[in-house]
Ligand binder design. Structure first.
Ligand SMILES: Cc1cc2nc3c(=O)[nH]c(=O)nc-3n(C[C@H](O)[C@H](O)[C@H](O)COP(=O)(O)OP(=O)(O)OC[C@H]3O[C@@H](n4cnc5c(N)ncnc54)[C@H](O)[C@@H]3O)c2cc1C
Length: 310
């Protein structure tokens, strides 16, 4: 219950414009722990650094809830440019996309603009040998995102596009079962948005238990599974599970966020697991940064100390 109160307080305060202006102007040096720079060149450099430790990257151009088609198309162009730039630098372009940022819910030529832009992005990823993961946003977008995921897998193949399931939503186990016919590539997360209790479990213990159930079921179904968490007890349990069920290392990977548990990222990579770090970059870093702060009380002190220093 404390987790929920803390998260809703931080996210509530963070949406107030004066707070946003203050944090934006004073906390960039702090935000850089979680954000790999404002430009794509910094993100590419950050991936090259990670690769020295045997850790792979997952690019995420920051920007959410775009409200007009021109901005959505511009955003899609930036992602296309990033994919080309990464490939030119010798990096397989693995990227994450929030469909809201490329026009999901807007109509262009009688079709959903998010889906049209996602097609362009996945098509280019396929040409470049890359991969696109459709991030999961708040619960109002789950139905449409899963439908669009199904469409994209049908058109391009599961080797080039995946999506995310959040264990805090009551609906997710049924969603996972419903995707099995695609043998999909799925990232399992706990969930980062402030959701009403009518749709999301309020107790952390239930979210954690649901997380384990989802990962185990997904692995048992033979689906490629991205175990995206920093929760070491879950990571240890997954290691035991795969060992006892004879699941090969080629069927799953661990994923973490840039700047969080770097020690664990390196350790898992050294143990021979595939480890991929989600690497957000871009000028629109504030909402992402607020969610990271809302996840952990110690991070508020980290921000305040950084702002006082700055
Ligand atoms: C690769 C990746 C992709 C993601 N994609 C999505 C997505 O598409 N949609 C979505 O809703 N959510 C996404 N998330 C966020 C996710 O839902 C959780 O909010 C986030 O991962 C924190 O949960 P946890 O599993 O690490 O467990 P928790 O129980 O929250 O944390 C476990 C431990 O991890 C460490 N930790 C966790 N968060 C932080 C932090 N902010 N700062 C410092 N230490 C921390 C602490 O040691 C903590 O005790 C993603 C997460 C990852 C790793």
């Amino acid at each position: 219950m404390f987790d929920r109160i803390y998260r809703s307080t931080v996210l509530g305060v963070a949406t107030q414009k004066p707070i946003e202006n203050l944090v934006r102007s004073r906390a960039w040096s702090v935000a850089q722990r979680f954000v790999a720079g404002e430009e794509s060149s910094s993100a590419i450099q950050a991936v090259q650094e990670l690769q020295k430790d045997g850790v792979l990257g997952n690019f995420d151009l920051l920007g959410e809830f775009v409200t007009d088609p021109a901005t959505a198309n511009e955003f899609a162009e930036k992602i296309l440019a990033l994919q080309a730039q990464a490939a030119a630098a010798g990096i397989k372009p693995y990227i994450s996309v929030k469909l809201s940022s490329v026009g999901q819910g807007m109509t262009q030529d009688g079709q959903d603009l998010g889906l049209q832009n996602a097609r362009r992005i996945v098509s280019q990823a396929r040409e470049l040998g890359g991969f696109v993961c459709l991030d999961m946003e708040d619960h109002t977008r789950v139905d449409v995102t899963l439908q669009q995921f199904r469409t994209l897998v049908g058109e391009f193949g599961r080797e080039y596009v995946g999506t995310v399931l959040q264990s805090y939503l009551y609906r997710t186990e049924a969603d996972r079962d419903g995707l099995d016919d695609l043998t999909p590539n799925l990232r399992i997360v706990k969930g980062a948005y402030l959701e009403p209790e009518s749709v999301a479990m309020p107790q952390k213990a239930d979210v954690d238990a649901g997380y384990r159930r989802l990962v185990y079921a997904n692995l048992k179904s033979g689906n490629y599974t991205n175990v995206a968490t920093h929760d070491e007890s879950i990571i240890d349990d997954v290691k035991m599970f795969v060992l006892s069920h004879g699941i090969p290392k080629s069927q799953f990977e661990f994923q973490m966020l840039y700047g969080i548990r770097r020690d664990l990222q390196k350790k898992l990579a050294a143990e021979g697991f595939t480890v991929r770090v989600y690497l957000p970059y871009g000028r629109d870093w504030y909402a992402y940064f607020s969610r990271r702060i809302a996840e952990r009380p110690a991070n508020v002190m980290f921000v305040l100390r950084g702002m006082l220093k700055g």
